[in-house]
Write a protein that binds this ligand. Structure first.
Ligand code: ACM
Length: 680
């Protein structure tokens, strides 16, 4: 008996500790989740008397962050903060202390300790950037009851798992003006990301002003480029947020734009070099056997290095198939004379020459994983984009690079332009269970989400990056054990709408697009449709006859839709719960959704149709047919009539096919319900 009581008590203790662990995750919408959080019973009430003091030799970063913090806090809480502005040499009730100003290197300390009690909040950090990270955490803790806003009593000790937590934005395929970059930098800082990788050149455009080689921006950008003043503005803006800027100048391939300006550097003469309008991999390639190529790159990189203070300089190096090298007799002769047996060896020769140029400029060369060849110096940083990692398939190029002694950064699994699910990206574990020595482990610097811009413009880019990148940021910052998908989704819902405070347009621009599509008619039906449709994944949008180019429209129905369509995510979960556990609450949610969708076609017909939505007509009709039949089946619990079975099958077959570059994200659930009802 005693033994039983003891076991019962033990179970209780275990249950309580597990439960409080779950609760704490559900209580605070923190993202990334911190290393260590302990609750206390205090509450710091947010009132007009809030003041911030800064203890540390601030060079402006913390002051600006504190002013920004107060603006966001007063907006969020509705509190009329009185003085608030950061004060020095006086004790505020929020006290920020730090020891040194960060030079923004990969060795910088970003840890912080945050303590909240009834009267005082302290943020202590080794560096000013650590203090910034602490301020973001504090802001995420803002809570309210029906009478007031407050910060809950907690003590948090936090530091990142990886030193490199990046977002790459491709501004070549579609140019992104500086206000787009600034709002994304603010969003990055809000989830503690610290590297902005700026993919500045590609076949479709060279996007930086060069005073040394002005034809680059004059002839290869359609006039859409950043002036050097704007580049500096972005670098400074990022620095204020504790974000490093790593520029990428993609060579020797992806060079159509480059060679449009300076064809004398090409590998093929008598070729019509023009700015590329399509997406894909193209032949124009710099000539690695001519000395003028190196002289040019030396001058260009010297000019560009002065704009980008970061220690890393990305040279791309990806997807060079070397077709023009194969066709050029002089290049072939050069290869023979220099004992370079393959195009890869020739590219390594080129990369090593660039490495020397960059070393002279105090820059570390970084490149996509194609640069990892046997002769490539170990000082190069390998950006792993091919080969999957643990959790998917063992040992992609990240692990090979780390084992071979290179520093490396992971992007495979974080290609957010592929429109894959949040679940997929969140489950990518950079190291997983692969056994690495301490040194190999230290070679893995972190990861980057990559936003290639073939299919986005400033109107839609945010909705492809956010909120998913916040979950990826958690993967890079938080401990490996922080991996509960459902809990992450709860926290992400909160983070998502708060990103709007920072100017991110991922939610609001859906309506902007739908208003434009309908010529400003009632968009509620299209909103409902967009919540169950997702843009085609993994570049399928560029198949089946439609090929998107630079000036194609990116304001179509598919552009209003996003990955993880919100109503579909809920519906799919409830259908699963109903079919697996006969859960009645789930059944009610399922029926309610089907009821709504059974009416969707009626309301769709009220919209005056135009060529941009015409093809959605049969889609909405079939959604309504399928929903109505399934609803009837679930309500009556009777076998579906033969006639309706035929109609249901026909509707589902239509809905399985993409329509206007979207897929119906509830199709599998509709099929499962249909199979279930056929067995009744
Ligand atoms: C790449 O996606 N070509 C790096």
């Amino acid at each position: 008996m005693k033994k039983n009581i003891f076991i019962l008590m033990l179970c209780n203790v275990l249950w309580l500790s597990c439960n409080s662990q779950t609760n704490i995750n559900e209580k605070y919408n923190l993202m990334p989740w911190p290393n260590d959080i302990i609750e206390n019973t205090s509450k710091f009430i947010i009132n007009s008397g809030i003041t911030i003091s800064i203890n540390g030799e601030d060079e402006g970063r913390v002051y600006k962050a504190a002013v920004n913090f107060l603006r966001r806090l007063s907006n969020r809480s509705g509190v009329f903060i009185d003085k608030g502005f950061p004060i020095t040499n006086e004790k505020g009730n929020i006290i920020i202390s730090f020891e040194t100003v960060s030079s923004l290197s990969i060795n910088d300390d970003e840890s912080y300790a945050l303590n909240i009690n009834n009267n005082t909040i302290t943020i202590k950090a080794k560096t000013d950037v650590g203090a910034l990270r602490g301020l973001e955490t504090l802001l995420q803790l803002t809570a309210n009851d029906d009478a007031k806003y407050y910060f809950p009593g907690v003590t948090i000790n936090d530091s990142p798992r990886f030193v490199w937590r990046g977002l790459m934005i491709d501004v070549s395929r579609h140019f992104q003006p500086i206000d787009v970059l600034k709002r994304n930098l603010r969003a990055m800082a809000s989830v503690k990301m610290n590297v902005f990788h700026w993919h500045l050149t590609d076949d479709q455009g060279f996007r930086v002003e060069s005073k040394v080689y002005p034809k680059l921006h004059q002839l290869a950008s359609d006039g859409l480029y950043y002036t050097q003043i704007q580049i500096k503005e972005i670098v400074n803006y990022a620095s204020d947020l504790g974000i490093r800027v790593v520029p990428e100048f993609d060579v020797p391939g992806h060079a159509s734009a480059f060679l449009t300006a300076y064809p004398e550097l090409s590998s093929k003469e008598d070729y019509n070099y023009t700015i590329e309008r399509y997406s894909g991999v193209f032949d124009p390639t710099l000539n690695p056997t001519k000395e003028i190529t190196y002289k040019f790159l030396d001058n260009l990189f010297t000019e560009m290095a002065s704009l980008f203070p970061d220690a890393y300089f990305h040279i791309g190096g990806d997807e060079n198939e070397g077709k023009h090298w194969d066709e050029n007799k002089d290049i072939q002769a050069f290869m023979t004379a220099n004992n370079l047996k393959t195009n890869h060896e020739l590219q390594t020769y080129f990369n090593i020459r660039l490495e020397k140029i960059l070393k002279k400029l105090n820059k570390n060369l970084m490149g996509w994983d194609e640069i990892m060849t046997p002769n490539m110096p170990k000082s190069a940083v390998i950006h792993a984009w091919r080969g999957e990692n643990e959790g998917l398939i063992k040992g992609g190029s990240l692990i090979s690079a780390a084992k071979a002694g290179y520093k490396t950064v992971l992007s495979n699994g974080f290609y957010i332009d592929r429109m894959q699910s949040l679940e997929y990206h969140y489950s990518v574990e950079p190291i997983g269970n692969i056994k690495l020595t301490e040194k190999e482990h230290a070679n893995i610097l972190g990861g980057e989400a990559t936003m290639w811009s073939e299919l986005v413009t400033p109107l839609t880019i945010d909705s492809r990056i956010w909120p998913r990148t916040a979950a990826i940021a958690e993967r890079f910052w938080s401990k490996k054990e922080v991996n509960n998908l459902e809990n992450m989704k709860l926290r992400l819902n909160d983070v998502s709408y708060k990103l709007e405070e920072l100017g991110i347009t991922h939610i609001r621009n859906r309506d902007v697009i739908l208003r434009s599509i309908t010529n400003n008619q009632d968009i509620s039906t299209l909103i409902d449709l967009s919540k169950i449709c997702e843009p085609l994944k993994i570049y399928e949008r560029n198949k089946n006859g439609v090929e998107y180019k630079t000036f194609s429209p990116f304001s179509l129905f598919a552009d209003a839709c996003v990955a993880d369509a919100e109503d579909a995510v809920i519906f799919n979960k409830e259908v699963k719960a109903y079919l697996e556990n006969s859960n009645n609450e789930s059944l009610e949610v399922v029926k309610k959704s089907l009821k709504k969708w059974s009416n969707i076609h009626n309301s769709f017909q009220e919209i005056k149709i135009n060529s941009k939505i015409k093809d959605l007509e049969s889609f909405s009709e079939n959604i309504s047919i399928a929903s109505e039949i399934l609803l009837m089946g679930l309500e009556t619990k009777k076998k579906i009539s033969l006639n309706n079975q035929t109609n249901l099958t026909l509707a589902i077959n239509v809905l399985k096919e993409p329509c206007m570059d979207v897929e119906l994200a509830i199709i599998e659930s509709l099929e499962k319900l249909s199979q279930f009802l056929l067995q009744v």
